[in-house]
Design a protein around this ligand. Structure first.
Ligand code: PRX
Length: 629
């Protein structure tokens, strides 16, 4: 508590000490923090230079060259390999040299469309080494979504794998890439890592000699050393796209100094990371959790990090427990959705495993209900591990609220208290005034800059200001609602904007709407979230059809397929309701509040419907009782 208070009252000194103790600076910084939210010009550690790959790899070589840096577990049980820090260093350097040989230079954006694997880790660190900005696109995104992100980031270089494997299924990543970039002049080169060494002969299909580069052939020819570039603290380290409440994905830009510090400090404090720990974050590296807690955080601290490519239920629902025992994982980090899914199987399977290496259990991505928290604590942690519910966002770079093991008393379902340097507040949505005191609820905002915050939206600083800073001047608006209880503990209540959190995947309803509306048969679409016992939320899509379009089950299946194609399988609608009309105000605005209540199965709680242009639209929807099906 004392240190937390100091991190707020004497913030420059606090952060300066943290930055010096956790990171290696090639040139010391001159100022700690400057700028503010209202002007959108926050900068940390200016004057300082550093390199992310040096900090994650090179500086550990004198003591940890032969310690395992990455343990990779592929899709099949036990399939995979490990890399020591020494081996990681050589691989990162080879990939960096390969990128240089293909013309990538400092400041260029390199898109990585790859499954969770050491190849992806090396590609990220290789970009960082030469001062290129990586933009990882989750390998579950469709060709269209990949193309949009490539174009938006201005990336001329793409790295991918021939295939990805998840849950026994093969994802044809190279084919998706061909579909995304074929016939366009978006990229100059596509570097392809081959998973299957025998696949060299098969590469003819879709292979373009002038564009495609076989990384398995190129890398052995590259030198295993590549000089690193000292980057300014505020130089971008990566772009990561996330969904917002309007259709276009936002490319959040994270910088080198501040992001790395947030990653290192929170990994250390929230997970009580110690020498010799084996850190098991089972998120996909394609999302922010994987960036910060599979790659940057653990490697900055010289830990051993597990990269897991499969799913919790493949080949059986004991997969996580097997992973923990086999690799002697000390910190395990997963999502409430995964816990709830595994809870359904009872405890017979989990009892076959020891799970005695574990010390800290993390949860991230969505609110964890107290039942799931307690199940996790008792059955995975054997009532002796700390459960850390970590609240944060792609925008924040690292944890914002989370307990500290052994220090923060826990409450199942609460992300407890802010981490060092973070000062949250709750606002009244109508007045924008801060709500003081405890036992209150409001919009969750942050009052002061923190090092890991995204500095802009790539190519659209106006949007960055509008989304995060302009509605409540002087605050960062998180888009979440929260309650502060009688002890000052925070409980996240969920998004307050048009973003739905499906199984920890953040999906902008506008993106799904525009995919549906682009179908010839569809006139209009409105998408809302509804509670789902295992995924947290599901997607309910209301669709009006053009004249002559049949509302058959086949057509509904076609619409679902369209969304899968446009965005990716994780955004597949759960329910599609065909309706002759959407409930609108007299000025033509869709009343989503009503659609949300109906999707929740609460037709008696629609609230004020007097502003509806045509109340019969709602009456007809209510009469169908679609939510019962
Ligand atoms: O609504 C919050 C929810 O996930 C959103 C951020 O999503 P994304 O940027 O994809 O990052 C996910 C991983 C950090 C937040 O606005 N969220 C995340 N963690 C929690 C959470 N909701 C409740 N409790 C959490 N621990």
């Amino acid at each position: 508590m004392q240190l937390y208070n100091r991190s707020i009252t004497d913030s420059d000194r606090f952060w300066s000490e943290q930055a010096k103790s956790l990171l290696h600076w090639s040139r010391p910084f001159e100022r700690v923090c400057q700028g503010n939210f209202a002007d959108g010009d926050v900068a940390w550690f200016t004057g300082g230079t550093l390199n992310a790959a040096y900090n994650c790899v090179d500086r550990h070589l004198p003591h940890r060259a032969h310690q395992t840096a990455l343990i990779y577990e592929g899709d099949e049980l036990g399939e995979g390999y490990s890399l020591t820090y020494h081996q990681l260093h050589a691989r990162v350097c080879r990939v960096a040299n390969a990128l240089l040989s293909m013309g990538v230079r400092r400041g260029d954006v390199v898109t990585l469309y790859m499954p969770t694997s050491p190849d992806l880790a090396c590609a990220m660190l290789a970009c960082a080494r030469i001062g290129a900005t990586h933009s990882v696109v989750f390998a579950g995104f469709s060709a269209g979504a990949l193309r949009d992100r490539l174009a938006a980031s201005g990336s001329r270089m793409l790295l991918t794998c021939d295939v990805g494997k998840r849950g026994g299924k093969t994802l044809e990543l190279k084919k998706i890439v061909d579909e995304a970039v074929g016939g366009t002049d978006l990229v100059h080169h596509v570097g392809v890592f081959r998973r299957d060494p025998d696949a060299a002969q098969q590469r003819s299909e879709g292979w373009e000699e002038s564009r495609d580069v076989d990384m398995n052939e190129l890398l052995p020819r590259m030198r295993p050393y590549c000089a690193y570039v000292s980057m300014e603290a505020e130089d971008p380290l990566f772009i990561l796209y996330t969904s917002g409440s309007t259709g276009k994905p936002k490319g959040l830009v994270h910088t080198t100094g501040g992001y790395l510090l947030q990653a290192a400090m929170t990994t250390k404090n929230t997970f009580d990371l110690k020498d010799g720990d084996v850190f098991g974050c089972v998120a996909d590296v394609g999302w922010i959790t994987g960036h910060t807690y599979c790659i940057y955080g653990p490697l900055l601290l010289g830990a051993t990090s597990v990269l897991f490519e499969s799913t919790p239920r493949y080949p059986h629902h004991g997969r996580y427990w097997d992973l923990i025992d086999r690799h002697r994982i000390t910190q395990f980090y997963t999502s409430p959705t995964a816990i709830r899914t595994l809870m359904k199987f009872g405890t017979d399977k989990i009892k076959e495993y020891k799970l005695d290496s574990l010390r800290v259990l993390g949860s991230v991505g969505e609110p964890i209900n107290p039942e799931a928290w307690t199940w996790y604590f008792k059955n995975v942690g054997h009532s002796r591990c700390t459960v850390v519910d970590t609240w944060w966002q792609t925008e924040t770079g690292g944890h914002m609220m989370a307990p500290m093991p052994g220090m923060t008393p826990l409450k199942p379902g609460s992300c407890t208290l802010p981490v060092y340097g973070v000062q949250p507040a709750l606002l009244d949505p109508l007045t924008g005034e801060e709500i003081e005191g405890d036992d209150v609820e409001g919009l969750l905002v942050v009052k002061r800059p923190w090092p890991g915050m995204a500095r802009t939206i790539h190519g659209d600083h106006h949007r960055y200001m509008d989304v995060y800073f302009n509605s409540y001047r002087g605050y960062y608006a998180t888009g979440d609602g929260a309650r502060r209880d009688e002890n000052g503990y925070y409980w996240i209540t969920g998004r307050v904007d048009d973003v739905v959190n499906v199984a920890g995947h953040r999906i902008g309803t506008a993106e799904v709407e525009s995919s549906l509306a682009s179908h010839d048969g569809v006139s209009e679409a409105a998408v809302v979230g509804f509670p789902d016992p295992s995924k947290g939320q599901g997607l309910c899509c209301y669709v009006t059809l053009n004249m002559g379009t049949p509302s058959t089950p086949e057509f509904i299946a076609e619409l679902k397929a369209q969304v899968r194609r446009d965005i990716g399988p994780f955004a597949t609608p759960d329910v599609i309701v065909i309706t002759p009309d959407l409930p609108k105000t007299r000025s033509g605005k869709i009343m989503r509040r009503i659609l949300r209540k109906l999707a929740e199965g609460e037709p008696s709680a629609l609230g004020d419907t007097s502003t509806l242009a045509d109340p019969s639209v709602v009456e007809r929807l209510v009469a169908t009782q679609f939510w019962v099906k």
